[in-house]
Design a binder for this molecule. Structure first.
Ligand code: PRP
Length: 178
């Protein structure tokens, strides 16, 4: 695709890494009561793949949030557009994200979910951009650490496009410099 500068993580690499994460999560939550909470919309692709690599009982739920303030960057104050459908009391929560950038969204969500009396709250993120971090948040399960470039695909968008790409790619600057 001409809008793509280069592919950073191939479909094969993604499949292998997600399988490893699924195996690790299945082992760690053997005696658990696991619920995957996907943060819409970016996490949808990773969550759909991850849940099929988990071989213990698991349920899923979703939240949709939007950051107040600056347009393309998190402000740390999060507005809930869609809340969970089910109680998480006593459950083992795994928040599923496509990417951790500043970490502000996850810091807020982790605190919020912890206040609802779950048994545990951990984070699974497919990508991590540690260079951008503004708060101390570390994913408990991580696919890949990536450089601070404009990435799309595997759930990540630019103006809502490219989420469907089955790989993670660097977007060509000509697309956003138009
Ligand atoms: C992205 C991503 C995380 C958040 C990470 O979502 O899915 O939720 O930003 O940024 P942070 O670490 O700086 O807080 P976005 O708001 O772009 O929504 P989307 O998932 O619908 O694309």
């Amino acid at each position: 695709m001409s809008d793509i500068e280069k592919i950073l993580i191939t479909e094969e690499q993604i499949k292998k890494r997600v399988k490893e994460l699924g195996e690790q999560i299945s082992r760690d939550y053997q005696d658990g009561n696991l619920v995957l909470i996907g943060i819409l919309k970016g996490a949808v692709v990773f969550l759909a793949d991850l849940m099929r690599e988990i071989n213990i009982d698991v349920t899923i739920d979703f939240m949709s949030v939007s950051s107040y303030g600056a347009d393309s960057e998190s402000s740390g104050v999060v507005r809930i557009l869609k809340d969970l459908e089910h109680s998480i009391e006593g459950r083992d929560i795994l928040i599923v994200e496509d990417i951790v950038d500043t970490g502000l969204t996850l810091a807020y969500l982790k605190d919020l979910l912890e206040s609802r009396n779950p048994r545990s709250v951990k984070i699974a993120a497919f990508l991590d951009k540690p260079e951008r971090r503004k708060t101390e948040i570390t994913p408990d399960y991580l696919g890949y650490t990536v450089p601070d470039e404009f990435l799309v695909g595997y759930g990540l968008d630019y103006a809502e496009l490219y989420r469907y790409l089955p790989y993670v790619a660097v977007l060509s600057p000509k697309v956003y410099n138009k």
